[in-house]
Design a protein around this ligand. Structure first.
Ligand code: SAM
Length: 221
């Protein structure tokens, strides 16, 4: 991906803002400093592209707040070559951040026209995310297991299929199990959770901070 130098000053300022809010992972900060967020938005929001806010992208959904994207990405612990599944492609911004970090990205979106538009955009920018239309609650079994799964919409329950598509730990090569990062709770607010696979039928879970996401819906449109 060729870096777009326009808006570089605003991107650098955005990096400072999310750093002040507690994001420390240098690879995540570097990716936020490189991805041209303005390209993932409608022109009407160009002047707000580097504010640390969620913005509408049509179809009653939003591009996530940059802090939230950085927070979820930090929790994944992305390393180059990791296979990462994103549920909720939306604008494609989160997928682009993951690609910038060297992950192999698989991403699913339930709204057909948004999915088609974003897949085209990511391709045109040189991001090699594998994009699919469908219900991400079921994951993408044929592409798994995954080192990480990030759900970018609020879930009322924890999808069993996603837990099962996480990579098992491998003590021989000191590799930890895959991680699922998912906001869980009612529509009004969710708690960010991280599940780390520890065995065939076991996962360690951590409850983290509160957020508010658009809902994870179990059908397509
Ligand atoms: N990651 C996105 C970005 O960077 O712009 C955030 C998009 S928005 C906060 C969440 C997205 O999840 C919406 O586009 C919504 O349509 C999608 N979504 C909700 N339920 C879904 C499901 N079951 N499968 C796939 N996508 C889903």
């Amino acid at each position: 991906m060729k870096t777009d130098r326009r808006f570089q000053r605003q991107r650098d300022q955005l990096v400072e803002v999310i750093q002040e809010k507690g994001i420390t992972d240098p690879d995540v900060l570097a990716a936020v400093g490189r991805v041209p967020r303005h390209i993932f938005l409608d022109n009407a929001f160009l002047h707000r592209a580097y504010e640390d806010v969620a913005l509408p992208i049509g179809h009653h959904v939003t591009i996530s707040q940059p802090f939230t994207v950085a927070y979820q990405t930090s929790l994944l612990g992305v390393k180059p070559g990791h296979r990462i599944l994103e549920v909720g492609t939306g604008s494609g911004y989160q997928a682009a951040i993951l690609c910038e970090m060297g992950a192999q990205v698989f991403t699913i979106e339930r709204i057909k026209p948004l999915q088609a538009r974003t897949a085209r955009l990511l391709r045109s920018l040189g991001y090699r995310a594998v994009c699919r239309f469908g219900d991400g609650v079921q994951g993408w079994p044929s592409m798994g297991p995954f080192d990480g799964i990030v759900v970018t919409a609020g879930a009322e329950t924890i999808p069993e299929d996603l837990l099962r598509q996480l990579r098992l730990p491998d003590p021989d090569i000191m590799r930890a199990g895959g991680r699922l990062i998912i906001p869980v709770g009612p529509r009004s607010h969710q708690r960010m959770m991280r599940f780390t696979r520890s065995g065939e039928n076991s996962w360690d879970d951590e409850e983290l901070d509160d957020f508010r996401f658009v809902p994870l819906l179990g059908d397509t449109e």
